[in-house]
Structure formats: structure tokens, C-alpha cells
Design a protein around this ligand. Structure first.
Ligand code: HSE
Length: 327
């Protein structure tokens, strides 16, 4: 049995989902000969540490670690101090300075620890630096959950489609915008009402401007450009138009002509904009779903769809990255 000592950094919605999923999937992990233990969890209030594995039931009932913390160490200090092989970084994302996640990722990789994350900001800002740090320290660095949540994309391209040349990827990469556009088009719900529903569902970013102005989609486009196409793209390279100007009249007119309007991100053209999509197109998915059409030389176009966010769904992508490192 291979022992894996993991440090979970960030204990919000995704952090709770990961702890829950690791607990629930112990039988499958054991079948794979993996003894995965979370030996520390850190958030902005402190850390809980236990070499034998933190008791998930004790911590899952609380929103933060405040009541159960065994150490006042946080972030980078805790990452360096704990004897772990793997860091799971899931703190809130920031695309302006990338912190605190960027510092956590640098601390993990420079300490020789493998890194799995769902945190988009640091990858948007510093993908090539993090990739190099991982390579220099002989660490694995996985980020399936950063684009499309549980929708398989990175692993599909890197493993299943390996050998193909990828010409382009286009799709819906923001569940909040897709939910708003779907509700407006199908139920005549107003933009602001649909946005507040998306916030209630827990899909929207804490600042929903990131979603509706296309910033979140543009970040995902940058991650795909750098991770899949080997580009050195920056957020400022992306031409971005959000969905705030999409009117109910435009949606109705599109429908009459056999189209829907969706916020589409494209790589390598580095564009994000509302586009007309034929109703019968495989990338036309509703509600909070994401989709991606991957255009290749050998396999033609492969289209995938799935839930782009959510606590357990994001945790599923993270668990898959962890297993792929150690199996
Ligand atoms: N706010 C994002 C969305 C979360 O709505 O898709 C997942 O990245």
C-alpha cells in the first residue's frame, strides 16, 4: 500500500468537498493500493494537523477551522512545516495578484511536494513559472479542476488524445453565464433575477463581475492556451466581451432563427464573446453545464460536457488528479 500524506490548503466549499470525497472513496483508494491521508488542513484561521490523518467527521461540520485548529500556522508556513508529499491548494482565486494561492503553490513546489489545484488565478498569472518550478523540483503539478470543473479536458487531451495535434478548443467555460443566458432565453427571467439565482446556487464568483464580464472565461482560456498549446499567453492577450449587453430581444431573435446565444471562449484565437450557436450544436448545453469542442487532426472534433463547478464535482476532478499522480 502506497502511503500519501496530503496537506489540504483552503477550507471553503471546495475544501469541504475534497475532505468528504476522500473519506467516501477510501474503499476505491485501497483497491488501488493507495493509503491517502489528509495530515493537515489549513485556512485563514490556522491549521489542524495529525500525522495519522485528520478525522474528517470532526472538521466537516464547521465552516472554518477556528474551533478545531491545533496550530496557529497558516499558508506557506504550514505547507513547509508539515511532513507531507502532496499539497491540495483550493484557496479563493484572485486573477490580479494570484495570492494567497500563488505563494502556497510556490512553497509547495519549492519544497519538493506534488501539487493539485482548482485555483485558477495563480495559473492565469504564472503558469510557465509554476510549470518550471515543478519540473526543476521533480514534482507533479495537476490542475484539471481549473477549467470546466469535473468536465474532463486536460486529462482527456494529455492522455486519451495524446498523439493528436490540437487545432483549437472552443466552448462554454462559465456556468454562471450559461445559467443566466438559459434562464433568460427559456423562461423570460430578467438578467438580474437570473444572476441572483446563479449566486444562490453557489456557482458565481464572490464578485460576479468576474463571471458576467467574461473575466473568469478569459482566465480559463489563458490556462488552456498555456497548458495545452504551450503558449505564453497573459490575461491581457484575450479579447473579452461579457454577457451584460445581451438583451432578451436578441435571445428571442436568435431562437426564431434556430440559434442560442452563448458566452464562448476560444483557444488559440484567445477570444471570449457572446456568439450565436446553432440549437442542434453539441456545444449547446443548458443551465450550469460547461462544454468544449476539441478540434484535432486525427480524431476530428471531440465534444465534452459536464458540470463546471460545485463542491463534490470539483473534488472529483481533484481526486482524479491525485490518483493519476500516485497510481
Ligand atoms: N464562477 C465559475 C462558473 C465557477 O460560474 O463557472 C467555476 O470556475
Amino acid at each position: 500500500m502506497k502511503e500519501i500524506k496530503a496537506s489540504l490548503v483552503g477550507f471553503g466549499v471546495v475544501g469541504h468537498g475534497i475532505l468528504e470525497v476522500i473519506k467516501r472513496k477510501q474503499p476505491i483508494l485501497r483497491d488501488l493500493d493507495l493509503d491517502l491521508k489528509v495530515v493537515s488542513i489549513s485556512d485563514h484561521t490556522g491549521s489542524i494537523m495529525n500525522e495519522a490523518g485528520v478525522d474528517a467527521d470532526c472538521v466537516l461540520k464547521d465552516k472554518t477551522l477556528e474551533k478545531v485548529a491545533t496550530s496557529s500556522m497558516k499558508g506557506q508556513e504550514a505547507i513547509k512545516a508539515v511532513d507531507s508529499d502532496l499539497v491540495i491548494e483550493v484557496t479563493p482565486t484572485n486573477v490580479v495578484h494570484g495570492q494567497p494561492g500563488l505563494g502556497h503553490m510556490e512553497a509547495a513546489l519549492s519544497s519538493g511536494k506534488n501539487l493539485v489545484t482548482s485555483n485558477k488565478g495563480p495559473l492565469v498569472l504564472a503558469f510557465s513559472r509554476l510549470r518550471k518550478l515543478a519540473d526543476d523540483n521533480h514534482c507533479q503539478f495537476k490542475y484539471e479542476a481549473t477549467v470546466g470543473g469535473t468536465m474532463p479536458l486536460m486529462s482527456l487531451i494529455e492522455r486519451t488524445l495524446v498523439g493528436n495535434t490540437i487545432y483549437s478548443i472552443e466552448g462554454i467555460f462559465n456556468g454562471t453565464c450559461n445559467y443566466i443566458l438559459t434562464r433568460m432565453a427559456q423562461e423570460n427571467i430578467s438578467y438580474s433575477h437570473a444572476l441572483s439565482e446563479a449566486q444562490d446556487l453557489g456557482y458565481a464568483e464572490s464578485d460576479p463581475t468576474y463571471d458576467v464580464e467574461g473575466i473568469d472565461t478569459a482566465g480559463k482560456v489563458v490556462i488552456l492556451a498555456n497548458a495545452i498549446f504551450g503558449m505564453d499567453a497573459k490575461y491581457s492577450d484575450v479579447k473579452v466581451t461579457g454577457i451584460t449587453q445581451v438583451t432578451p430581444e436578441a435571445l428571442a431573435m436568435a431562437k426564431k432563427r434556430g440559434y442560442v446565444i452563448k458566452l464562448i471562449g476560444e483557444v488559440p484565437s484567445l477570444t471570449v464573446k457572446p456568439m450565436l450557436v446553432p440549437i442542434e450544436s453539441p456545444i449547446n448545453v443548458d443551465s450550469t453545464l460547461n462544454s468544449a469542442a476539441i478540434v484535432t487532426d486525427l480524431s476530428g472534433t471531440i465534444t465534452v460536457t459536464g458540470l463546471g463547478a460545485g463542491s463534490i464535482e470539483t473534488a472529483s476532478a481533484i481526486l482524479s488528479d491525485i490518483i493519476s499522480i500516485y497510481r
